[in-house]
Ligand binder design. Sequence first.
Ligand code: G6P
Ligand code: MN
Length: 437
Amino acid sequence: KLNITIVGGGSTYTAAMLKTICDYKDKLPIRKLALYDIDEKRQERVGKFAEILIKERYPEIETFIYTTDKKEAFEDVDFALMQIRSGGLKMREKDEKIPLKHQAVGQETCGAGGFAYGIRTIPDFIELVNDIRKYSPNAWIINYSNPAAIVAEATKRVFPDDKRLINICDMPIAMMEAFSTVLGTTRQKLSPRYFGLNHFGWFTALYDETGKDRLPEIYSFLKEKEILPSESEMLDQSWQDTFKQLAVMVRDIDGYIPNTYMQYYLYPTKIVEKSNPNYTRANEVMDGREKRVFSMLDEIIEKGTIEGSPIQNGVHGDYIIELVTSIINNENKIFLIITENKGAIENISSDAMVEIPCLVNANGVEPLRVGPIPTFYKGLIEAQLAYEKLTVDAYFNNSYNDALQALVLNRTIVDTPKAKAILNDLIEANEGHWPTL
Ligand code: G6P
Ligand code: MN
């Protein structure tokens, strides 16, 4: 039986993840489940909800705790599921608004915002890995924490031989969820072929159970339509906008189907024009999801039962639990993982942290071969990779110049004076979070 700890227990994503854990109880025998967070108050609301959920849906769990104590949370753990947000949503708001002030893309993981978030996250994340390793040297550490590309590059340098530290992202999976509604199937029946970096990649094929590639159908769909079928569960405004932009990308440039995050790199001017510099995604999340999820949790706590509550599973929770299950049951399923290239993509550097399909089993992650990629993608990836490496260099070398070079290389910025102005503002805004550059 397993001991599992969710790090970032106070996240709005935790409730749905716990619901998935309960749904998977036959494949996922748990002895102890723990939530860990540095924000005691936030986590307490999730924790009280979880007590009710577990009592009703997974009473076989012997121990459930929520704690801010690392020893309690990390001792004797088999899996640590990481979903931290360094600086919280208040800092996300700054990551998005500061670049926009300078007419550059304001996004939490792409461009200057992701850069700022990355430098904040590196030390917090490394500290957590060290703490987990101190109490549980063999734990699997599965990471969602963003910006995952920067976290993956930084942790590869500090923990180079750690085969049990696995970085993942749910965006391609969320896209597949949407694609599956177009194809009239389910995501679990589709097997992706994909290459790139985190939040910077392309689908090359999507095989169904018979081995048929269904991506051409998605391609035709996107060429003709831009909104998802009405049966899709992903009909909120933000997803609809994202899919409209995906359709634009597919129509403009012939080639593979891009991750929706490519819009920030391929259409930076349009993105800036569409953005409201005073009300960004962080504001939407704070006013929307945060309030909605926590009031739902409070209602459940007050009623003392989850019966009749609208709590649903989500891709974020489903994907990580499917991955855990594939490890413990040696299922050899294919997952998209952020892992060291080591020749998988033949014509980019072997130490790049790439996002590619991998077999996942009891021994961990085994990358599938991608082969050589065409010049357009190789060129884009190499510049972005250099940006990622320089961002991590900036942190470890405490270097202003590395930071500036990183931002100049980023397609969302390009101009040196703009990069400098943004960097200077970010340094000021991140005082107390960043090392001195
Ligand atoms: C996707 C990405 C995550 C990101 C999230 C942001 O799931 O893969 O890396 O954190 O979107 O969503 P939000 O609703 O907070 O803007
Ligand atoms: Mn992601």
